[in-house]
Design a protein around this ligand. Sequence first.
Ligand code: DX5
Ligand code: ZN
Length: 224
Amino acid sequence: MSATSAPIISPSILAADFTQLGEEVRAVANADWIHVDIMDGHFVPNLSFGPDITAAVDGLTMQPLDVHLMIQEPEKWVETYAKAGADCIIFHVEAVESQEAAVALARTIRDLGVRAGFSIKPGTPIEPWLDVLEHFDEVLVMSVEPGFGGQSFMPDQLDKVRALRAAIDQRGLDMTIEIDGGISRDTIRQAAEAGCDAFVAGSAIYKQDDKAAAVEELRQEATL
Ligand code: DX5
Ligand code: ZN
C-alpha cells in the first residue's frame, strides 16, 4: 500500500452516541474500517470501553476493526481483543519496556492472525522505531495527545509521517500509515500529502447530521 492508494477512512466510535451504537455503526457503512479506542484510565487519563463492546461492534458489521489500545501492559490484552474481533491491534510504544518487547508483541499479534500496529504519542521520537518497521503492518501517528476526542490537530506531527513514508517507500514495505486526532475536512489533505494512507476521525464524522456524507467528504479531501 502506498499514499497513492484510495484513502482509508476509519470513524472513531469514541465520538458516537453510545445509546444508539448499532445505529451509529450502520450510519458509517460506507467507511473502510471502524476505529475502536480502548482507554484504561492509567496510560491515558480517561476510560472508554473494553472487549465486550468491541465484540458487540464486531457483531454489527463486516468492516475491519482497527483497535487502538491506549492501555498499560498491552501484552496482557492482545489475545482478548483478537477474540473480540480485532482485525488490527495497535499498542503504544510508550507502553512497552523496550523495542525487543515491542517486536515480540507484534509477533504475538500476528500469530493470532491479526495485523500488528504501533502508535506513537506526539512527544515520542519516531527515529528509533524506523529500525523495526518490518515487524509491523501499521503505524498510527497521534496528532493529538491520546485520551480524548475533539482536540486540535498538531501539524508538526506530519514530520513523523514524512519520515515513515520515506522509510517505507525506500525499503519497499507493505505497511499502512494511519493518523489519529483532529482529522477533519480542514486537516485531512495535509495529512494525505505528507503520506498517510488511513485517517481516523471521531468528531468530524459523528458530530455531523449526515455521517455517511462526512465520510465521503473526508475521502474526497484525502484523495490526491
Ligand atoms: C484520541 C483517540 C482518537 C479520537 C479522535 O485519544 O485515539 O481516536 O477518537 O477523535 P477526533 O477525531 O475527534 O480528534
Ligand atoms: Zn484512536
